[in-house]
Design a protein around this ligand. Structure first.
Ligand SMILES: Nc1ncnc2c1ncn2[C@@H]1O[C@H](COP(=O)(O)OP(=O)(O)O)[C@@H](O)[C@H]1O
Ligand SMILES: [Mg+2]
Length: 231
């Protein structure tokens, strides 16, 4: 395995809405094995940055380049910030995780599909709970089910928007442990937005700090060791 192989190259990335610039001329790479934490107060452009990474938004300037040959949108798993699951959402965890596999012409799950679901459930430690209904699962279990769904296509990068928000200490640690294993054992690049100093200090190989006024900082742990950083 080549170490530090670049997956995404960000060049002079500039973004804003209307007259307001969120960041200007941002340059960095996201490499295989990275754990990139994006920090900054609300409204500074963290979610916007994630959407730019996935090319769901067009930047005002600069570009996001996927460095091939085997990296592209299909190799990115995404766990969005908010999900509204209706009270009567009928799916159990197993079926929910499998939803992303129904993108072909076969309207049922093959044996291979089921194996993929089992493997993803194992990674997030939900094997025992897979028959439970998603909507009645705990916050931590739901979050792990979302992660399993994002992992089903075996992505090289997983992007998560505030994945530990609202979770209690124990559930938070479980999620962090799962992400750490993905990064270290499976060499999946992890990119996340977090307001949690523990998550950021324990895990990050890189930190992007957005200030919301077009300025930013890219660095390592030393960035959050300063006392004046606002999470
Ligand atoms: N599609 C959009 N059109 C106009 N303004 C937007 C749009 N998306 C986000 N914004 C604005 O850009 C700023 C950054 O948003 P966002 O990336 O969601 O911030 P964060 O995730 O850091 O809280 C906010 O002021 C938000 O209102
Ligand atoms: Mg956000």
């Amino acid at each position: 395995m080549t170490k530090n192989k670049t997956l995404i190259e960000i060049t002079n990335l500039t973004m804003g809405f209307d007259q307001r610039l969120l960041f200007k001329n941002l340059n960095m790479t996201i490499d295989k094995g990275d754990f990139l934490s994006i920090i900054g107060p609300n409204g500074t452009g963290k979610s916007t940055f994630l959407h730019l990474l996935m090319k769901k938004l067009t930047p005002k300037g600069g570009k996001v380049t996927y460095i091939g040959p085997n990296f592209g949108p299909k190799q990115i798993g995404f766990v969005p910030q908010t999900r509204n699951i209706a009270e009567d959402y009928p799916l159990n965890i197993f079926s929910f995780v499998g939803l992303r596999l129904y993108d072909n012409l076969i309207p049922w799950l093959t044996r291979k599909d089921k194996e993929k679901i089992q493997a993803a459930l194992k990674k997030v430690r939900l094997t025992e709970k897979s028959d439970n209904l998603l909507y009645s699962s705990s916050g931590g279990e739901k979050q792990r089910a979302y992660i399993a769904q994002a992992l089903i296509t075996r992505p090289k990068m997983i992007i998560l928007d505030e994945p530990t928000n609202g979770l209690d200490e124990r559930s938070k640690n479980e999620v962090v442990e799962i992400l750490k294993n993905l990064q270290v054992k499976d060499h999946v690049a992890v990119v996340l937005v977090s307001h949690d100093p523990d998550v950021i200090r324990k895990n990050s190989t890189k930190i992007l700090q957005l200030n919301g006024d077009a300025t930013f900082a890219v660095g390592d742990q030393t960035l959050v060791e300063k006392n004046n950083v606002e999470f």
